[in-house]
Design a protein around this ligand. Structure first.
Ligand SMILES: Cc1cc2nc3c(=O)[nH]c(=O)nc-3n(C[C@H](O)[C@H](O)[C@H](O)COP(=O)(O)O)c2cc1C
Length: 245
């Protein structure tokens, strides 16, 4: 295991940061690293917004219900899946926008944005910085779109809070390899047998230093999927011009 992999395997989401702002140079380095990832057909379908306006940042923090570590960190970025740039290119060329609006194009943009985000994370963590993805901003996508003045064919996917960690949690044990790595065909029994992982996660959740609880991965998943989550996402995507077909 080399030092890059070692750093990746030490990843934890950081939720307690120093308030010292990142320098412009550090931020630009992180964004360049984000841009270095692969991109489906090289469409580069994302935009990052560096949220420096404290009123906007505070409202994003409240929407996300993660106020402390969104408001107080070295920087807060929004990751926007973005096909608006491509729409303007097509419009300038006098072409129709139908193929921008499809489910496939939306997937392309979401995948590109996510690859950029994780490249940003790998770079940040290699510099000793900590990060936390903030999907909580999707609690109110309509308001986020207003706050950021987002055009059609864009989707605010998640925020990223980044900075110097003050405290770090323990590394969370991932699924055993046998549950996530198959060979050739999908072995239903192998992939879904949670016996070992439920034991591992029971021990992890009951003994961790903060928020110790008596639960397992399976119990957490039952709880997580108990209610419909963010039921307005489909309507928001339609409002942004996507046809979901
Ligand atoms: C797309 C995405 C959105 C997330 N949104 C939030 C969030 O809104 N608030 C939060 O505290 N953590 C958020 N997380 C962090 C996850 O809870 C965390 O990655 C997971 O529990 C695993 O823990 P670890 O990152 O410390 O290993 C998000 C992670 C991802 C990938």
């Amino acid at each position: 295991v080399n030092s890059t992999i070692e750093t990746m395997m030490q990843h934890v989401s950081v939720r307690n940061f120093s308030a010292t702002p990142l320098t412009k140079e550090t931020k630009e380095t992180l964004v360049r690293a984000a841009q270095s990832g692969s991109s489906s057909n090289f469409v580069q379908a994302y935009t990052l917004l560096d949220i420096t306006d404290s009123a906007i940042r505070n409202e994003l923090a409240d929407i996300s219900t993660c106020p402390a570590y969104v408001k107080k960190s070295g920087a807060f970025f929004m990751f926007i899946a973005d096909l608006y740039r491509h729409a303007t290119i097509l419009e300038s060329a006098g072409k129709p926008l139908d193929n921008i609006r499809t489910m496939e194009s939306l997937i392309v943009a979401i995948v590109d944005t996510t690859i950029a985000a994780q490249s940003f994370v790998t770079a940040a963590e290699s510099m000793g910085l900590g990060i936390c993805y903030i999907g909580g901003i999707r609690n109110n996508m309509k308001r986020v779109a207003e706050l950021l003045d987002l055009p059609p064919y864009t989707v605010p996917l998640f925020g990223m809070t980044v900075g110097k960690p003050v405290t770090r949690n323990e590394v969370k044990p991932r699924l055993p390899l046998k549950n996530v790595l198959g060979e050739n065909t999908y072995n239903r029994e192998q992939m879904t047998d949670m016996t070992e992982y439920d034991k591992i996660t029971k021990a992890y959740y009951s003994s961790r230093q903060t928020n110790a609880t008596n639960t397992t991965f399976s119990q957490k998943m039952v709880n997580f999927f108990k209610d419909v989550r963010r039921p307005d996402v489909g309507n928001f995507l339609k409002q942004q011009g996507f046809i979901l077909k």
